[in-house]
Design a protein around this ligand. Sequence first.
Ligand SMILES: Cc1cc2nc3c(=O)[nH]c(=O)nc-3n(C[C@H](O)[C@H](O)[C@H](O)COP(=O)(O)OP(=O)(O)OC[C@H]3O[C@@H](n4cnc5c(N)ncnc54)[C@H](O)[C@@H]3O)c2cc1C
Length: 398
Amino acid sequence: MDFALAPETDDLRRRVRAFVESEIMPLEADPASFDDHENIKTDLLEPLRAKAKQAGLWAPQMPKARGGLGLSVAAMAACYEEMGRSIFGPVVFNAAAPDDGTMIALEKIATEAQKARWLQPIVDGEVRSAFAMTEPAPGAGSDPGLMRSRAERRGNAWVLNGHKWFITGAGVAEHFIIVARTSDDTRKGLTAFLVHRETPGLTIKRRIPIMGPEEHGGHCEVLMEDLQVPDDDRLMEVGDGLKVTQIRLGTARLTHCMRWLGMAKRAMEIARPHVAERESFGQTLAEHEGVQWLLGEAAMAIEIGRLLTMRAAVKLDGGDFARKEISMAKIQVSETLHKAVDTAIQLLGARGYSKDTPLEWMYRYARQARLVDGASEVHKMVLARAFLNEGLDFWDWA
Ligand SMILES: Cc1cc2nc3c(=O)[nH]c(=O)nc-3n(C[C@H](O)[C@H](O)[C@H](O)COP(=O)(O)OP(=O)(O)OC[C@H]3O[C@@H](n4cnc5c(N)ncnc54)[C@H](O)[C@@H]3O)c2cc1C
């Protein structure tokens, strides 16, 4: 069991780190770089994306033939962590949600014709995407089996009606993956479709105001009213919607973990010089045992998250779905992100609560991590089911 990175992966990781430090972090420190929703302004983003492409750091998750870097999931883990160190980082490299997950899924499951039309423009950075599954209650949320949006077949097309919400990126997305019910079969009742934003019947009802900073395009409520989709734009087979959702969310959950680990490390990085210099009661903060416990616990939690994330990544690279490994990583890392940022805010004292550092941005952002792509409780349910089913084999070394 070798935990060292391959030399070429480590070289790439260092190049990402250097790019983040020299090109992105200075912008993050300037309030003028932020748009109205606390993300990087698009006019600053586009030249940075061009630079990342030129530097050979673009679309790490995509094959080289598509203009990506062709990285394994394990190599992505090392590089995404470096990207996540800046709050503007992942989107600069075309490695941010939701496009990252959309691209990975389409590369795996779309037909060649669908890839040319729907995937390649996202890889090239020409369009943005969104994945629409969640619905207002009593529709699909943690339980996709509650889906109420329907797709009815009419000749060679489908007609979609329904209501989705919290659809990340929908405000700017041109390419949507929409999941709808095509029958009442409990396992094979859902089907996924590729839909262009301009299709009549697709309406963005509103951008939902949220607690934290937003991805470009926000989190939107989306209506489908007699939305016509040609059968050619169906993803996989009729009844495979749940499979598409699992494939779409599987690796995407893990790439979230990779980026969040970078953010958690950044929080610790911000706290480090402060605790080394700031004095209280005759000692630096770092010399107080109480402070050491806080730092030690957060540092250890990050390392546990990295190990779980890397184990899941290696399993995915081996062709496994890594369901329980991804669930464990998702719970651990989402909760660790919150813990690390909270620790850093606490140790910075009043300044931690200010907007003079990115910590308060991270703190508000971190709260969503325990909800998106499956709430922690739902992932614990998945783990409990696996344990009840597998017994001692839950902890095998395979
Ligand atoms: C910022 C943000 C971005 C999002 N982006 C997208 C997107 O791009 N596309 C998309 O389709 N959706 C998106 N979502 C929706 C997200 O996937 C859902 O919020 C999530 O799946 C939970 O569904 P729900 O909100 O309906 O909560 P519910 O299903 O109503 O669950 C509410 C709570 O109940 C508890 N719970 C539920 N089931 C169980 C259980 N079995 N055991 C124990 N406790 C349980 C959990 O604490 C859970 O948080 C986003 C959400 C947020 C906040």
